[in-house]
Unconditional design. Sequence first.
Length: 265
Amino acid sequence: MNNTNSNIIWITGASSGIGLALAQSYANSGASVILSARSVNKLEEIRQSLSNPEKHLVLPLDLMDASNFAEKVALVVSHFGRIDVLINNGGVSQRGEAHATPLEIDRQIMEVNYFGAVALTKAVLPVMQKQQSGHIVAVSSIAGKFGFYWRSAYSAAKHALQGFFESLSLEEAKNNIHVTLVYPGKINTPISMSAINEKGEAHGAMDHNQETGMSAELCAQKIIHAINKKKREVLIGNKEIWAVYIKRFWPWLFWQIIKKQSPIG
């Protein structure tokens, strides 16, 4: 799938951050991009700004409502004839302690970050099975490898993605469908601005970790490289990704380090 100039790439969360950077990179390579998020106007602005805007499709989608996902898939197939890559990038972060977070917020975060990705993937799978080809990507987080302050529901949803998509990878190998799990660390995106707090409101602040993180453009390049190489998983970030290896090999040291970190960094 290295020849991206004829590929059909579907990206959720395409209106900002990593999703937007992925859309721009794929469009520059000549691929056709399906842009999904909730804001139609924002997506249309992005489509017009991409290389060869006539090749791309705006497809508004709310990950909280899977009732019309089958219709969305049918529309894509009607328009393009196939789906080569689905990138489940859309999601919402969290800023709040577990004891103060009402259960309905836990459910909301799980609905968007886990069930939304699973539902869309299940809607797309029959198309890829019929094609006998395809690539499904789940953008998780370094919080999908270990829990962290103020991220209990977010981390839980990202951990759940790993279990589902690793299982899917094994099951769909017979259909020539590849699966890649992406674990970004500190990436310079506005994700902290819309993170949900204990009251269900937007955090509304750009955390230091995001401001000083890897650029979304470089992150997108690394994701595309991992897809082209058909990697099962990829850790993306700077020195923070070493926490994953420290936890694996020196767990006692990991817990000493992690408990000193700030939840808003």
